[in-house]
Design a protein around this ligand. Structure first.
Ligand code: SF4
Length: 525
């Protein structure tokens, strides 16, 4: 029996996950599902845990690493550890990091780099005996590798049709237990792959490509929207989802509910339905390349959520269901009404990126900042706690757009946004903005946005003081001896409390202080 170690290096950067520590993505469990399908034993390890105890690699035959573009430094460290201990065993690398195969192969040399949608490729590699024999990798689609002649990238693989994707490649539920504090973490369950925004940026790209206004992006024919004569990748300029994963492919409700049922039975308390835009779920349109028309499929969305919230742990109030990403232009009153009817409290995450109407159009966003303000008001009216996402350092930023964004942040806070989340722009391979530079740490425009967002979030957090929150004990605090980290059962900031509590314990916590923008101090009642 072959044992495979799957290393979850997603978002670890240079080695320590600073954000999203309470989140478990679905990619590594999807990989585990493929090994399990072939009867191969596997285990998932967070990269931090491997760096802490490198000897853990010794009991495994092969290594599979899942990582993002920003994680190259930590992946290098993992490869060094592996090669020192298990020099002749196979290394597979995949995930968003593979979208720049030549760049990756120049820096590190996995035995195989799985590019793009990896399920079918990994399935074939296992079937053909890649793990234990020498196979001709040149015969596989969607891989890259190095041989004596140098780096080789094979022809791309087509995206997997929805019916095959969701029926043949089922994520492993059981491997959730490999994650520390999985009982308290947000566990993401994939519901849709791909995005319906096939508009494009109108900003000139560094290599000279520029929109010539052919009209395809606004065509009423969904098939015409997929083609750009200037070869500009579809979607918001900073995002690679439509160009890598294509239009949305929704997963059937039976398969989603089964996975969630298994996870809850294993002790998970917090489920997040993962989707680039949840409101694309089962939306009609072939291909689905118009982000705002037709409207969301409320019947299918309600049916799915009702099936999940009818599970015993949800009914008993011991588990929480969250939906994150939603596009403002699809978030109508009917949607708010339907969601509030089946979910107790939720925080729709709405991306605005910039508060400037003209900048929003330039970067290829669907909808407008006014749509986001309207959606936030609606969400608040229906007792939801919306989070709004901005990006600093975007191509096209100027003192004027930043001024408009700051004004927009204030309007959003007044309209009921619970939190303003600010991300730094990163040039992602396969996105339209791939060749732009990331903002420097001293960017004065970024600093203005950061200050405005921090001020708003601090003011909002004072609302937490005195609140009693249902939380789940996660792990001992790294920074405060004798304290335990508590993750909120519903959405909200992480809390630390004095005392030791075993992972998974449900507690009622009173918030007594704000320690930092992302951390509250509480006392257990
Ligand atoms: S398809 Fe390309 S050229 Fe045509 S409008 Fe869209 S971005 Fe411009």
């Amino acid at each position: 029996m072959t044992d495979v170690l799957i290393v979850d290096a997603l978002s670890a950067g240079t080695g320590l996950r600073r954000s999203s520590r309470d989140s478990i993505g679905c990619g590594p469990r999807t990989i585990a599902g493929i090994f399990e399908k072939h009867g191969i034993m596997c285990k998932i390890l967070r990269v931090e845990s491997l760096l802490e105890t490198p000897s853990k690699v010794r009991r495994f035959d092969h290594l599979a690493v899942s990582a993002m573009t920003m994680d190259l430094p930590v992946v290098k460290q993992v490869f060094t550890i592996w090669r020192k201990n298990r020099s002749r065993r196979k290394i597979l690398l995949g995930g968003p990091i593979a979208s720049d195969p030549m760049g990756v192969l120049k820096e590190i040399k996995p035995d195989v780099l799985v590019i793009g949608e990896g399920e079918e490729t990994l399935d074939e590699l296992i079937q053909e005996g890649f793990l234990n024999d020498k196979v001709d990798l040149g015969g596989f689609k969607g891989v890259a590798f190095s041989d004596k002649s140098g780096p080789i990238v094979t022809s791309p693989r087509s995206l997997i049709p929805a019916n095959k994707l969701w029926s043949e490649f089922v994520p492993s539920s059981t491997r959730i237990v490999d994650y520390p504090a999985y009982q308290a973490s947000k566990v993401y369950v994939e519901t849709i792959r791909g995005c319906s925004n096939f508009r494009r940026t109108s900003l000139p790209l560094p290599d000279g490509r520029e929109c010539t206004d052919c009209g395809n992006c606004d065509s009423s024919d969904p098939a015409i929207r997929t083609y750009c004569p200037e070869d500009i990748p579809p979607g918001c300029g900073f995002c690679s989802v439509p160009s890598v994963w294509g239009e949305p492919r929704s997963r059937d409700s039976g398969s989603i509910v089964k996975e969630i049922e298994e996870l809850l039975n294993l002790g998970v308390h917090r489920i997040v339905l993962e989707a680039p835009d949840f409101l694309d779920y089962m939306r009609e349109g072939m291909p689905l390349t118009n982000p705002c028309e037709p409207k969301a499929n409320i019947a299918e969305i309600s049916h799915l959520i009702r099936r999940i919230t009818d599970l015993p742990q949800m009914v008993a109030g011991e588990a929480h269901l969250a939906i994150e990403n939603m596009k403002a232009c699809l978030f109508t009153e009917d949607v708010a009404l339907a969601l509030s009817g089946v979910l107790k409290s939720t925080s729709p995450n709405i991306g605005i990126e910039t508060g400037s109407e003209s900048h929003s159009k330039q970067i290829g966003k669907c909808g407008s900042p006014q749509d986001v303000i309207r959606a936030v008001r609606l969400a608040r009216e229906y007792d939801m706690n919306p989070f709004v996402y901005f990006i600093y350092g975007l191509p096209g930023d100027s003192p004027e757009t930043v001024e408009e964004s700051i004004a927009c942040m204030k309007t959003l806070a007044d309209a009921g946004a619970d939190r303003i989340i600010l991300y730094g722009f990163r040039p992602l391979p396969s996105s339209a903005f791939a060749d732009f530079s990331a903002p420097t740490s001293t960017n004065p425009l970024a600093e203005q946005l950061r200050e405005a967002a921090t001020r708003i979030n601090r003011d909002k957090k004072t609302d937490y003081i005195g609140l009693v929150v249902r939380g789940i004990a996660a792990e001992p605090s790294w920074e405060r001896h004798g304290f335990t980290m508590i993750y909120p059962l519903n959405e909200g900031p992480i809390i630390t409390v004095e005392g030791g509590y075993s992972s998974g314990t449900l507690l009622d916590v009173k918030i007594i202080d704000i320690l930092s923008p992302g951390l509250l101090l509480g006392e257990v009642l």
